[in-house]
Design a binder for this molecule. Structure first.
Ligand SMILES: [Zn+2]
Length: 282
């Protein structure tokens, strides 16, 4: 099988092509076991290095292929964390520094395990679901209902007004940590409707000229972040006081102390805005 170059070697599939060597993502309780020190290759472990981990493996799921090799997630017993040559790393910490494909693989690994754990029984009749051999589906043999991994779309939007952008602090965050606005799509809503609604609900601002920027998986749990940039039509801020504790307009070269790194969507949107503003106003 030839994988399109545009996929950068990542091919999400439930089907293994039975390559001699594999890539393994080792998950313990939602966090990732990586090779320690300089030999570390992020969340992906060469199958040659996984002999010590096999004993602890409780569950395997095919993730697809990466760089021409089959890739699997292994769920390991907690005792595996003490294996010599390996180190535990929190998923969130790993995502802050992972490359695009490693990011996708780690999200996929953790999401599939989490999905199987939370869909063990049929939501209609309560019968135990059976995992399909041919696809990532959990089937109720009684109701003939297939359950697929649940993906929940969210919008995240950087609202801009010339050389200023609108950032907000969630009420559970520390002082000086700010982000673009985000929220889940409601059932029946378009992404555009969700953007207008979320921005208005959270900060009381109206927007137009919405530009799609890109998307990213986010495993808390199963979110698909749809990133946008939009222009403000109004600029008076009225925070909701519940989800949002603080919001303000920040000049592109004078942003708050704690913002997201460019590996995640909030940081990507900001980086794009900083780059464009530097050219325009710098
Ligand atoms: Zn059922």
């Amino acid at each position: 099988m030839t994988i399109p170059e545009s996929l950068n070697g990542f091919y999400a599939s439930p089907v293994a092509i039975n390559t001699d060597k594999k890539w393994i993502i080792a998950v313990i309780d939602g966090d990732i076991l990586v090779v320690s020190g300089a030999r570390s290759s992020g969340p992906v472990i060469d199958s040659d290095a996984t002999d010590l981990l096999k004993f602890f493996c409780e569950r395997r799921i095919t993730l697809g292929q990466w760089q021409g090799r089959d890739c699997e997630v292994w769920e390991l017993l907690p005792e595996a964390a003490a294996t010599e040559g390996f180190t535990m790393i929190e998923l969130r910490t790993l995502l802050m520094s992972a490359g695009d494909e490693e990011f996708s693989l780690a999200c996929r690994a953790v999401q599939l395990l989490d999905w199987q754990d939370k869909h063990r029984f049929c939501g209609s009749c309560g019968e135990r679901n059976i995992a399909s051999d041919s696809e990532h589906a959990l089937e109720c043999k009684v109701c003939k209902i297939n359950n697929y991994p649940r993906i929940s779309p969210c919008i995240i939007v950087l609202v801009i007004r010339g050389d200023h952008c609108l950032l907000a602090r969630n009420s559970s965050w520390p002082a000086n940590r700010f982000s673009a606005l985000a929220g889940f799509l409601e059932a029946g809503e378009t992404a555009e409707q969700a953007l207008h609604r979320e921005v208005f609900e959270e900060v009381g601002v109206q927007i137009n000229n919405i530009r799609y920027f890109g998307s990213q998986s986010w495993p808390y749990p199963g979110q698909l972040m749809l990133g946008f940039i939009a222009d403000a039509v109004t600029d008076d801020i009225t925070i909701d006081g519940i989800e949002i504790a603080e919001a303000d307009w920040f000049r592109y070269d004078n942003l708050p102390g704690i913002i997201a790194p460019p590996t995640i969507m909030s940081g990507r949107l900001l980086q794009q805005y900083i780059d464009e503003s530097t050219l325009t106003y710098g």
